[in-house]
Design a protein. Structure first.
Length: 343
């Protein structure tokens, strides 16, 4: 494995992605995994569940440059997963999203540069494309921070790149665990709009995307997985089928800052993208500050492409969603709890 014998830092490492990535790194004979997060209770739970002394825990915040600088000393690679990810909370507190998602990310990149880290991958979201909410806007600027480092430091040994993906199934704040809790409580499933579409990815697929970026990234690249999508109505029905529950739906309407469909890649990006089969790589626009180029040069190919959206992506039918849900460890654990105990 490419991380064998290496030291790796995961910011926001107690989250869904961080825990999955840490286990994968430990299985791949990593020398050390450093977890940087603010939540000491989650760190203690992770320490007890992993039980591996190769994991070192750092209490700190990406908003504090010194704590990131200390955590990234003598590190080979950084996965930057720390973020404010909830759309509604970022709508009410946009400056908090700025401080964590933009300025915190700048701290991570700068600390990695100062410590001579080999590579940094920052985790972005489909909401960063044509953003309409504060969370997406802050993530879009996070991508710009990563790309600006590549543009302004062409001789740097630190390769900074981005990955962008849609909804990670059963991650913190996602709708599937909410549906499961509502089914267990015998309540209707709250659906914003049955026709609303979203991309679906498993945690393992998100980890594979990040590993792909580490293997292939050039400075400033953005990597995108070609995810399938579904409607929220079909997802709700699929969750009900998995748990053999009646499909009772309560329509609540669109929430703060939500779009009907999400976009993983814009048509402008796809014109320049390299196709890796399961992935797109969008290279850095490396034009300098010669503003004449922005006025005199254009790309006629843009007009013949279209955005890669959850409305135009391959659409999963309900049986396909059911099959995908049954692969999730959390769903399997919930189903196991419902099975009768043998006498």
């Amino acid at each position: 494995m490419q991380f064998s014998g290496r030291r790796v830092l995961i910011t926001g490492g107690t989250g869904s992605f961080g825990r999955t990535m840490a286990r994968r790194l430990l299985d791949g004979h990593v020398a050390e995994v450093r977890v940087l997060s603010r939540d000491e209770a989650k760190q203690d739970g992770m320490r007890r569940s992993l039980g591996d002394d190769r994991v070192r825990y750092h209490v700190g915040d990406v908003r504090d440059f010194d704590s990131v600088l200390r955590a990234s000393r003598e590190v080979d690679h950084v996965f930057h997963a720390a973020a404010l990810k909830q759309v509604p909370s970022c709508e009410f507190f946009p400056l908090e999203a700025v401080r964590t998602n933009i300025l915190g990310s700048a701290n991570v990149v700068e600390a990695a540069q100062r410590n001579g880290v080999g590579s940094v991958v920052v985790l972005s979201t489909d909401k960063a494309v044509h953003p309409v909410n504060a969370m997406g806007m802050s993530k879009a600027l996070m991508e710009k921070v990563a790309q600006a480092h590549a543009r302004n430091n062409p001789q740097s040994r630190t390769v900074v790149s981005c990955v962008r993906y849609g909804n990670v199934m059963y991650s913190r704040g996602s709708v599937i665990p909410l549906f499961v809790e509502q089914i267990k409580a015998g309540r209707p499933l709250t659906v914003t709009d049955p026709g609303m579409t979203r991309f679906l990815m498993s945690l393992s697929e998100s980890v594979e995307l990040v590993e792909h970026a580490f293997q292939h990234a050039r400075p400033g690249d953005v990597f995108i997985r070609k995810a399938a999508a579904c409607t929220m109505g079909d997802l709700a029905e699929a969750v009900c089928r998995v748990f053999d529950a009646p499909a009772k739906i309560d329509l609540i309407g669109v929430r703060h800052g939500e779009k009907r469909d999400e976009t993983l890649a814009s048509r402008e990006e796809l014109v320049q993208a390299d196709d890796f089969g399961e992935f797109f790589r969008v290279p850095l626009d490396a034009r300098d500050l010669n503003y004449a180029l922005y006025v005199t040069e254009g790309d006629p190919q843009v007009a013949v492409h279209r955005d890669f959206t959850s409305a135009t992506a391959p659409r999963l039918a309900v049986p396909e969603i059911v099959a995908l849900l049954r692969t999730l460890p959390e769903i399997r654990a919930e189903l196991a709890l419902r099975e009768p105990v043998p006498a």
